[in-house]
Ligand binder design. Structure first.
Ligand code: GLC
Length: 615
């Protein structure tokens, strides 16, 4: 027994539920069982096939939205799929899944909360539970009952494009935050909540730079279009992003030893299983010389055996295809390793036919199929979808004033003040407050990735309040505010200037970066505005700590704003002193690229240590 073995509190099996599952399994054909083990992306399912094959789930990948993208159209789309599943011979309701990682973020009009990196900085466990509950309400109003969240990643290398999906670099804090998030999503007994998908099992944040095999510049040039990346409309930028590090670490190899894996990366799974999560998503990354999706030891012996997880495992998107060039071999390996449902997501008939063949040949035992389907049906019964397959809670909850107020509170609490030499709070009657930076007035930039589109994007992509709008709402009557996106203020001299800089939105490996300095144009802007003011405050909007040592000494105030989401007015709440700063750094903030990954010592102190944060 390794010292970190967790005594996991699992949801005890319910005899009545198991009996219902027994009855269903007895009635189901092999085809219907394999149908339940199949998840298809919403644009790839052919009309009539949900009923014909008894498909278990449909999903929206990042940006998988109805057109026009409205809450009503989301509800009509999702309920349409569910209603078709009720027409299947067995009438087993499908469950619709989507990445609602910081609110119902694919849906225009939904409340977008700070990404996990900001929630970690806020450090308010109760708030996280409330945010998850609000997210669940907005999801359920549109029929979406499965959330591919929370990520419980421990980002050890900040070059990773998914660092912002982590709450912290402290496993105990990740466990506490994720458990609260799962509680909020489930909402008691899950019949009035949504199914969390804790991800990505296991050690996704421990991959090493350069170990990803997802795609290379050469591959991109040679292949017509990777359907997934083509789906994400990234073609024209792909080569540029590959040259600055995209897909260098995401989905790579986590070469940590088992002791470290158990001590650092398993605890959040134990904590969320104890809170009743019935779904875990498997990581694309590799460990122990194997892709996680084929890791029988960790998926079955450890997670389902030692830790007693009795929910079901879903693959990541198209992940089985990465296991072996021969699809039959890949399917057999993954299902036998413990995968229960395949997020196919495109060619579902190839998967259904391949798995059917494998069972027929005895390469996948019927007992494995029955175990997988039992876990899926057990979960669906616990969700109450047989009794209430269609959600019809009021649509007005989507983007409600109450939820936006909650998001504003989260923004306020996540703001992390790292330096203040007499610069903050700003005077509400400033005779001249210069504000600069595209990030100061751009909802898309303040939301970051996983917002409306997979990678997010700049501009007014969904209703929200920019940081500048929030400032104007608060002090527009009492202060003289001068905004210039590029910080061109001529020879003006004022007391205070506020410059907002940051990263462009990204998701997953598209956000892997070999260098974490700000673009030179933004550093130039900081230096330009420096000449216009007595006190200069810079806010960084980023998914991770970035390298700031080339300019941080020249400013009087420094705020990590993380990725606040739609309610930018929460920033003004602390800028003008209506609320104290609250955020605390949960990551080591490197002084240089030579201090990455976490723990790499280049003989200098980090820029800031976890725990930093002025009140
Ligand atoms: C993506 C991500 C995963 C997400 C899934 C569905 O590739 O790795 O986090 O839940 O596909 O969008």
């Amino acid at each position: 027994m390794t010292p970190t073995q967790n005594e996991v509190k699992t949801t005890p099996l319910d005899a009545e539920i198991e009996a219902r599952v027994d009855t269903l399994l007895e009635q189901m054909t092999l085809g219907e069982k394999i149908g339940q083990m199949t998840q298809v992306e919403k644009n790839s399912i052919k009309k009539g096939d949900i009923a014909k094959y008894g498909i278990g789930s449909i999903l929206s990948g990042g940006g998988g939205n109805p057109e026009p993208n409205t809450p009503q159209n989301w509800r009509d789309m999702v309920n349409g799929f569910i209603e078709e599943s009720l027409e299947s011979r067995m009438g087993i309701p499908l469950i619709y899944g989507s990445d609602c990682v910081h609110g119902h973020n694919n849906c225009v009009g939904a409340t977008i909360f700070p990404h996990n990196v900001g929630l970690g900085a806020a450090g308010d466990v109760e708030l996280v539970e409330k945010i998850a509950a609000a997210t669940a309400q907005e999801m359920m109003a549109t029929g979406v009952r499965w959330n591919f969240a929370p990520a419980v990643s421990l980002p050890l290398d900040l070059r990773w494009g998914r660092s912002y999906e982590g709450f912290s670099q402290d496993p105990a804090m990740i466990s506490e935050m994720a458990a609260a998030y799962v509680r909020g999503l489930i909402g008691g007994d899950m019949t009035t909540g949504v199914l969390p998908s804790v991800k990505h099992f296991v050690g996704d944040g421990a991959a090493s730079w350069g170990s990803s095999t997802r795609i290379t510049a050469e591959q991109w040039e040679m292949i017509e279009n990777d359907p997934t990346l083509a789906n994400a409309k990234v073609g024209e930028h792909m080569m540029d992003l590959l040259k600055i590090g995209a897909w260098q670490i995401d989905q790579g190899v986590s070469d940590i030893d088992e002791e470290t894996l158990r001590r650092e990366h398993l605890p959040p799974y134990a904590a969320t299983i104890a809170e009743g999560t019935m779904n875990i998503m498997v990581s694309y990354s590799s460990w122990g010389g194997l892709k996680m999706h084929a890791q029988k030891y960790l998926l079955t012996d450890v997670l389902k055996g030692e830790m007693g997880f009795n929910g079901f495992l879903v693959t990541d998107w198209e992940a089985i295809d990465q296991i072996d060039e021969d699809f039959y071999t890949a399917v057999v390996a993954c299902i036998n390793a413990g995968i229960d449902m395949n997020m196919v997501p495109f060619d579902y008939m190839r998967y259904i036919n391949t798995l059917t063949e494998a069972v027929g040949k005895g390469d996948v035992p019927m007992s494995r199929i029955n175990d997988a389907v039992r876990r899926i049906l057990r979960t669906k019964i616990m969700m109450g979808v047989f009794e209430n397959p269609i959600c019809d809670t009021p649509l007005l909850v989507v983007g409600s004033a109450e939820h936006r107020a909650l998001a504003r509170e989260a923004v306020r609490k996540s703001m992390t003040c790292l330096k203040n030499e007499g610069a903050l709070p700003f005077a509400k009657d400033s005779a001249g407050l210069l504000i600069a930076g595209e990030h100061a007035d751009n909802v898309g930039l303040q939301c970051g990735g996983w917002t409306i589109e997979w990678m997010g994007g700049p501009g007014a992509i969904t209703p929200g309040t920019t940081i500048l709008e929030g400032i104007r709402d608060q002090v527009g009557e009492t202060a003289e505010i001068v905004y210039d996106e590029n910080g061109n203020f001529g020879d003006v001299k004022v007391e205070t200037a506020f410059v907002v800089v940051g990263e462009e939105p990204y998701a997953e490996g598209m956000g892997d970066r070999s260098d974490l300095h700000l673009p030179q144009s933004q550093v130039d802007m900081i230096r330009r505005v420096r000449k216009n003011c007595n006190k200069l405050v810079v806010m960084v909007l980023s998914g991770r700590p970035i390298i700031i040592s080339d300019w941080a000494d020249d400013v009087d105030g420094l705020i990590a704003g993380w990725l606040p989401g739609t309610e930018g007015d929460g920033v003004a709440d602390v800028l003008f002193g209506d609320h104290d700063f609250n955020g605390v750094l949960r990551y080591t903030w490197p002084r240089s690229m030579e201090q990455i990954p976490l723990g790499t010592d280049d003989g200098q102190e980090p820029q800031f240590l976890p725990g930093a944060g002025l009140k």
